[in-house]
Design a protein around this ligand. Sequence first.
Ligand SMILES: Cc1ncc(COP(=O)(O)O)c(C=O)c1O
Length: 447
Amino acid sequence: MDAPFIRVEPPGPRAREVLEKDSNVLMQSFVRWYPLVVETAHGAVVEDVDGNRYIDFNSGLAVMNVGHLHPKVVSAIKRQAEKLLHYSLTDFYYKEAVEVGEKIKGIMPFKGDSRLFYANSGAETVEGAMKIARGHFKGSRQYIIGFLGAFHGRTMGAVSITASKPVQRKWFSPLVPGVIHVPYPYSYRCPFKAETPEECGEAVIGYIEDWILSKMVDPTEVAAFIIEPIQGEGGYIVPPDNFLPRLRRLADEHGILLVVDEVQTGVGRTGEWYAVNHWRVEPDILTSAKGIASGLPLGVIGGKKEVMDLPPGSHASTFGGNPVSLAAAGAVIDIIREENLLENARIQGDYIMKRFKEMMDYIDLIGEVRGKGLMIGVELVKNRETKEPARKEMSWIINNAFKRGVLIISAGVSTLRIAPPLVITRDLVDRALDILEDLLKKAPRNV
Ligand SMILES: Cc1ncc(COP(=O)(O)O)c(C=O)c1O
C-alpha cells in the first residue's frame, strides 16, 4: 500500500459516524490524540475507514512489531482457530503451551533454566510478577521498589507501581501498599546534581542505598525492584549504561529480585529480543506482552526456575496462554528470525536517530534524541537552556502529522514517541521523516 495518501481530510464522513457512536457506547476514559478510525492495516501502513493511508510510527502502541497482518501470523491464527480455540491451562494441558513456550524461553535472557507463566495483558503480567516476587519470599519481604515516571498498567497492583501521570492514580487510592518509588535515571533532566549520564545513574543508586535502604526500609524486607529497562510511557528514556548493571549488583547484595518490565521494550523493539540484553543484565523475572502475539492478547512472565515457585492454586488465569494467541506468538518469533528484524530495527533506528540529530543543527525545538532500535524519543523543548517542555508545539506536530499521513503520539511530557513496526522500510521512514521535519520547522513557537 502506498502511503501517505490523504483523499479526504480526516476525520472523513465514515470516521465521523464511528466517532459519534463511540462516545455513545464507550466510557471515555482513554486519551485519543486524533480521530483515527482504522479500517485495515498492512506492514507499516494503516488505512482508515475513508480510504486515507498513513505511515505507522505507532505500531498500535508498540504491538505490531512484525507489521500488520503478516501473512504468516494470519495463517498460523487460522490454522489454530480451526483446531482448538480454548481449553484453560488452569486445569488442563495442551501442547501449544509447551511448544511455543520452548520458543519463548529461547528468546528470553535467562542463562540457566527458566519457567513461564501465561497471562493476557501487560498489566496482568506485572500483577503476576508482584505476586511471584512476594510469594517467593513467602510474604517475609513485602516491599517493592518502583521508579518515578514508570508505567506498568492500569490494574490495581500495576497502577500502584505506576507513576508517570497523576491522572492514572487519582481517585483510586488506597492502592496496593508496600510500594516505594525512587527517581529514574533520566539523565537529560537528572533529579540529582550530575555532570554526565553515568553520574546520574550513580546518584540514583546512591539515593536508593543511602536514603531508602538506610533510612526507610530494611533491605531484608524488599522483595523486588521493578523497572522498565527503557522507560516507555514516561518519555522513552534510556538509562545511562552503568545503571542497570549497578542495580543488578545492588539487588544481589541484598538478595532483592530484579524484575524487568519489558512489555513495551520486548520482542525485538529495541534491536535485541529484550532490552536488558543491551547491558547484558540477567533479570530474575521478566514481563512481556504487547508485541509477543502481533495484536492477539497474550502476556508472558518469564523467570529463573528457582524464583518461579508459587505453589499450586496460588496463581492462574482462565484465558492465559490461549492457543490462538500462542500460535501467533510462535509465528512472531519465527518471522523476527527469518526476516532479520532485530537487525532491521537497529539499522532503521540508527538512521532515524541520525536524521533527528542532524535536524538539531537547525531546529532548536529538539532538545534530545534518544533510543535503542525502533524505540526512539525526540524530546521537544521551548528553549535548550531552560529545557522548558514544548507541550503545545508537540501537540501541534502530532495532530498535523496525522493530517498529512503520519501516525505518531507522545510519551512523557513533550517527547515524540517513535515506534514503527520492525518491518518498516527505509523508503517509508524517509517519507515520514520528511513530513515530521517540515512540521518541526513550521511548528508555531511559544503557543
Ligand atoms: C512497560 C509497560 N508495562 C505494562 C503495560 C500495560 O500493558 P497492558 O496495556 O497490556 O495492560 C504497558 C502498556 O503500555 C507498558 O508500556
